[in-house]
Design a binder for this molecule. Structure first.
Ligand code: MN3
Length: 201
């Protein structure tokens, strides 16, 4: 079964003033759709075509050489954006609570220290990519990935990611990637991140 772009779980303008409506329309309807179309084309006829996208990203070594790059880039694009839309909400922001908050404090020192680290990885990502909070075998970590690479491919579970491709922020923030990340914290849905944290335990 071919992949499809999931509908946004909120209106295109729901994240304003932090992320503008036009950016959300183009990002969701055009960029994400293009990743889905291309990964579907690359997997057509493959035994992995019916697999969940997470499984595909864990199994890139099973993809023929000629298709591996397309599957990694566009399959990663599909997975990353699906997680991204589902990590934000109009009522987002604030700080996590419960076990996730405790894990963040014990790993990074404080929530503010964690925020600084995730922002630093995003700001310092050369060119396009993502900055992630992941759960790996030893606990929580912040990692950056280039392009549409995903921590799944290296054995970690992404809990939260911020898209630092220019298409994610350029209309509203131009070259000011740090300002975009600062604003993005206001729309993070910590309830969703906590669900992923629990599920990855
Ligand atoms: Mn994007």
């Amino acid at each position: 079964m071919a992949y499809s772009v999931p509908p946004l779980p909120y209106a295109y303008d729901a994240l304003e003033p932090h992320i503008d409506k036009t950016t959300m329309e183009i990002h969701h309807d055009k960029h994400h759709q293009a990743y889905v179309d291309k990964v579907n084309a690359a997997l057509e006829g493959s035994p992995l075509a019916d697999a969940p996208i997470e499984e595909v990203l864990r199994s890139l070594d099973q993809v023929p050489d000629a298709k591996r790059g397309a599957v990694k880039n566009n399959g990663g694009g599909h997975y990353n954006h699906t997680l991204f839309w589902d990590s934000m909400s109009a009522g987002g922001g604030g700080e996590p609570t419960g076990a996730l908050a405790d894990a963040i404090s014990s790993t990074f020192g404080s929530f503010a220290d964690f925020q600084a680290k995730l922002k630093e990885a995003g700001v310092n990502q050369f060119g396009s990519g993502w900055s992630w909070l992941v759960r790996d075998g030893s606990g929580l970590a912040v990692v950056g990935t280039p392009n549409q690479d995903n921590p799944i491919s290296t054995g970690s579970t992404p809990l939260l990611g911020v898209d630092v491709w220019e298409h994610a922020y350029y209309l509203q923030y131009q070259n000011r990637r740090p300002d975009y990340i600062d604003a993005w914290w206001n729309v993070v849905d910590w309830g969703k991140v906590a669900e992923r944290f629990s599920a990855a335990a």
